[in-house]
Design a protein around this ligand. Structure first.
Ligand code: KIV
Ligand code: NA
Length: 264
């Protein structure tokens, strides 16, 4: 099995092969996703929501994310592991971003980092790539800016389309190896995908992107409450886990578990 590298993703775009990315936050899950053949794993700052239970991604820190990266890298030795730079860890200056990215690589073992923004972070992307750090950009709806974007809403509609295209071109020119587009009209995302030479990764951005990404808990019914329109539920792992836990508790209560076959 080959070790996934950014060059392979580039080659897949040229060959017209679509690929998938999932988030991962721990060793055991990363191992399963590696076995499933997912080439790229993202230790997203969505860990704020699904691991730590915070209301937004704004709250999570570098120190909370790095140990998760270590587990994922351990569990998926062939995957390309991308670590999200959390809010507040890269906006001050390209130097601050470099120092943070270096921590994710040295302490976490990440192979690449992801950061939110288009034109406004171009200098930062250039700084990191010049230092040998592969960067994935993230444009369209960027959750760390939820407070200025007016909530969770589709980006790039109307006048916003031009800005989205400008952002996509800016991150590619700055050296990003790939760009996530979140909550962007499918037609616009397709247009951007055809325009760029680097692979686009869609989440709520239609089928024409070169790749797709989802938060894994969302796609298996593991998150409580309502999920976004762009989420498809591929299994009910949440329901299965709940049933398993309830059955276990019931068998313990009734003295059915452990049976003789589980005893010494
Ligand atoms: O943090 C995250 O999970 C993400 C993806 C959904 C793109 O940024
Ligand atoms: Na994120």
């Amino acid at each position: 099995k080959r070790k996934m590298r950014v060059q392979h993703l580039q080659q897949m775009k040229q060959a017209g092969e679509k690929w998938s990315m999932l988030t991962a936050y721990d060793y055991s899950t990363a191992r399963l996703f590696e076995e499933a053949g997912i080439p790229v794993l993202l230790v997203g700052d969505s860990a704020a929501n699904v691991v730590y239970g915070y209301d937004t991604t704004v709250a999570i820190t570098v120190d909370e994310l790095i140990p998760l990266v270590r587990g994922v890298v351990k569990g998926a030795p062939h995957a390309l592991v991308v670590a999200d730079l959390p809010f507040g860890s890269y906006e001050s200056s390209p130097e601050q971003a470099l120092a943070t990215a270096v921590r994710f690589m040295k302490e976490g073992g990440a192979h690449a980092v992801k950061l939110e923004g288009g034109e406004r972070v171009a200098d930062t992307i250039h700084k990191l790539t010049a230092a040998g750090i592969p960067v994935m950009a993230h444009i369209g709806f960027t959750p760390q800016s939820v407070n200025t974007l007016g909530g969770f809403r589709v980006q790039g509609r109307g006048d916003g389309a031009e800005q989205l295209i400008a952002d996509a071109i800016a991150v590619q020119e700055a050296g990003a190896f790939s760009v996530v587009m979140e909550m962007v009209p499918a037609e616009l995302a397709g247009q951007v995908t055809r325009k760029l030479t680097i692979p686009t990764v869609g989440i709520g951005a239609g089928v024409e992107c070169d790749a797709q990404v989802l938060v894994w808990q969302d796609m298996v019914g593991y998150t409580g409450g309502k999920t976004a329109k762009f989420v498809k539920q591929f299994a009910d792992v949440g329901g299965q886990l709940r049933t398993a836990a309830a059955t276990y508790a019931d068998e313990v209560r009734r003295g059915v578990f452990p049976g003789p076959e589980h005893s010494y």
